[in-house]
Design a protein around this ligand. Structure first.
Ligand SMILES: Cc1cc2nc3c(=O)[nH]c(=O)nc-3n(C[C@H](O)[C@H](O)[C@H](O)COP(=O)(O)OP(=O)(O)OC[C@H]3O[C@@H](n4cnc5c(N)ncnc54)[C@H](O)[C@@H]3O)c2cc1C
Length: 413
């Protein structure tokens, strides 16, 4: 039984995937019981999962203006960056010194991306798109004829590295560079193994057919001089160019608890322990997989709990992680689905739809809203969503919030 917050002012921090989902869920579930405000430093929402295509299509990823969007959901919008929280006073402080009071706070600030290597080209979600043609050219001129794609050890989201490699293969062929070797280096035991064995096998087969080598259970390290080595074994990494994903760190927001990398701990209702009426969701939390779909599920769990504490007649369900991914391949897309707390079964993979609307981030509210706004939104799904449960290690079922964010995830064969 939760205690009602002292005020109905609900402040959502962050205009990304988890923040938008939280706000839409609160609007739906709490209605007039909550006075909603969104605070974010950028005026726009950027649909990050599509940024991977920018280098190939030269089209910017989908963006939406936040202020009118917030208004649609009965919320006001403040443009600003939160610099710290004073949980005892129920207030946040913005970087410009402004103080904002809250009855309930939902922190969805995302993670902080840090380059993993100085001498690799880091795939960034802000700034200039990846210079893919120049990288392919450098690879073509090197004796190794190799362009390497590296997922670093530590917290990262590996899916884009496969998308980049697959789209680079297509680009290399279009540019007459059939001789270029493309190789993916990853600490995962097998490609995208977190989606379960059938999905991982399907991705591995797709990579094989497209002539992309995979070094699994491998990692890249860098010497002080900026030389890259492939481990285990510490061999020099032979490649004309190297593209690496960044490492993700937590927001380390002053006033809130954090682990040693700045991630905010949450419980199964997305509450932050030790800070009354504070919730967090998305990449900034300690949950080990940093993925938009999981962020929306945490945001939904928070919204349900908040709505119930404000008197809405609903029973708040705990966060139940289901991993859904859509792999952009440069041709057709592959849909991957895996229930992280299920119990039996093996996950699924399909070139057809496994969920609906078929958005890359399968948030309950976000995907519906994005689909509603998109052309072709009235199309019927081609395939029915499949519900599959998976055999996973016992601790995944019992205490998903206690998983170690720094341990590579593996599933049983
Ligand atoms: C290339 C790529 C491909 C991906 N593909 C997929 C995919 O296929 N499926 C999937 O589910 N996920 C995918 N992801 C992961 C997904 O994008 C993230 O997990 C998701 O964006 C996390 O949501 P979030 O709301 O926690 O953070 P974000 O979406 O990063 O949003 C954080 C928000 O907080 C704001 N903010 C930052 N600092 C402050 C501050 N001080 N005060 C106030 N606001 C602040 C930011 O401006 C932003 O609005 C992909 C990611 C990348 C980079």
């Amino acid at each position: 039984m939760s205690v009602s917050p002292s005020s109905t002012a609900v402040l959502v921090v962050g205009g990304g995937i988890a923040g938008l989902e939280a706000l839409m869920a609160l609007h739906d579930l709490a209605g007039d019981r909550a006075d909603l405000t969104l605070v974010a430093p950028d005026p726009d929402f950027t649909y990050k999962p599509l940024i991977v295509e920018e280098a190939f299509s030269l089209q910017p990823a989908e963006r939406r203006e936040l202020e009118p969007w917030a208004g649609e959901f009965g919320a006001s919008f403040t443009q600003g960056a939160v610099a710290g929280v004073h949980p005892d006073d129920h207030a946040v402080e913005l970087e410009d010194g402004t103080r904002m009071d809250y009855g309930v706070l939902v922190v969805c600030m995302g993670g902080r991306a840090r380059p993993a290597y100085r001498s690799a080209t880091t795939f960034r979600v802000t700034g200039e798109p990846l210079p893919i043609d120049a990288l392919l050219e450098r690879a073509a001129q090197d004796d190794s004829r190799t362009l390497a794609f590296v997922a670093p050890p530590g917290v990262s989201w590996p899916l884009p590295i496969y998308e980049l490699a697959l789209m680079a293969r297509r680009r290399a062929e279009e540019g007459g560079h059939r001789e270029i070797r493309l190789t993916v280096i990853t600490p995962e035991a097998a490609p995208l193994v977190m989606f379960g064995r059938p999905a991982s096998d399907a991705v591995a087969e797709l990579l094989r057919v497209r002539g992309i080598d995979v070094h699994g259970d491998a990692y890249v390290s860098e010497s002080d001089e900026g030389e890259l080595f492939l481990g285990p074994g510490h061999h020099p990494l032979e490649a004309g160019a190297v593209v690496a994903l960044p490492v993700i760190e937590g927001p380390a927001l002053p006033g809130l608890p954090a682990d040693e990398h700045g991630f905010i701990p949450i419980d199964e209702h997305a509450r932050v322990p030790g800070a009354d009426d504070v919730y967090a969701a998305g990449d900034g939390t300690t949950f080990p997989i940093k993925q938009g779909g999981l962020g929306t599920q945490q945001a939904d769990a928070a919204a349900e709990h908040i709505a119930a504490s404000l008197g809405a007649p609903i029973e708040a369900q705990p966060f139940h992680p289901v991993l859904r991914g859509q792999l952009i391949t440069g041709a057709e897309s592959l849909h991957l689905r895996h229930d992280l707390t299920g119990g039996h079964g093996e996950g699924s993979v399909s070139a057809d739809y496994l969920w609906w609307p078929p958005h890359k981030v399968a948030g309950r509210y976000l995907a519906a809203w994005l689909a509603h706004e998109a052309p072709g939104a009235d199309l019927e799904p081609h395939g029915r969503p499949l519900d599959v449960e998976i055999a996973l290690p016992r601790e995944w079922h019992e205490r998903p919030m206690a998983l170690d964010p720094y341990e590579p995830l593996e599933v049983d064969d």
